[in-house]
Design a protein around this ligand. Structure first.
Ligand code: 5GP
Ligand code: MG
Ligand code: MG
Length: 180
């Protein structure tokens, strides 16, 4: 992507990394796989805000078949020493028992967020649960996670744009940038 110029967010320079066309192709391919795998099953997509909003919008436009969509936020705080980090799920009012859940995430980096979130969701007894992630950084992963639906694997670099922020900025960018 040589055509777009570098940008600055706050104090930091970023260079173009993935074009809108490259993102669209990866998202479309993932939507096709999900559409085939969930044909006739009416999954419940659980979109994790805020970073997942743009990815979810493009992914779900391309999902064919019946589905339902909800949005959640995750608040983390330190629990007791036995429970460690606790993830509270905000906004999930639907009964997920017996449902085929697909968690829509912006990026899996160390995997810590999902490592704590998945048990909370699994305790609600869904029929199945998968993760659809826009980005996955395999070199950073520190927990055991099964990721069957990843749009793009990327190196261990900090990226912004297409929903992802650097200290609040950059979420609106239609392309993805990497620290220059
Ligand atoms: P994890 O818990 O897997 O280490 O990290 C997940 C969260 O860290 C993401 O939802 C995101 O908020 C943040 N994160 C990890 N890597 C990046 C990155 O390259 N860029 C941005 N903008 N956020 C990231
Ligand atoms: Mg996230
Ligand atoms: Mg962020």
């Amino acid at each position: 992507m040589g055509s777009s110029p570098n940008i600055t967010l706050h104090d930091k320079a970023f260079r173009p990394y993935l074009s809108a066309a490259e993102l669209a192709a990866a998202v479309e391919a993932l939507a096709g796989r999900l559409s085939a795998d969930y044909a006739g099953r009416r999954p419940l997509f659980v979109v994790v805000l805020t970073g997942g909003f743009m990815f979810a919008s493009d992914l779900l436009k391309r999902f064919s078949g019946d589905c339902e969509i909800v949005f959640i936020r995750v608040a983390s705080y330190e629990g007791t020493s036995s429970t460690g980090q606790v993830q509270e799920i905000l906004g999930l009012r639907e009964d997920v028992q017996g449902r085929d859940l697909i968690l829509v995430e912006d990026i899996v980096d160390t995997g810590t967020t999902l490592h704590h979130l998945l048990p909370t969701l699994l305790a609600k007894n869904p029929a199945s649960m998968e993760i659809a992630a826009l980005f996955f950084k395999p070199a950073s992963l520190r927990h055991e996670l099964t990721l069957n639906y990843v749009a793009l694997e990327i190196p261990n670099d900090f990226v912004v744009g297409y929903g992802l922020d650097y200290d609040g900025l950059g979420r609106n960018l239609p392309e993805v940038y990497v620290a220059a």
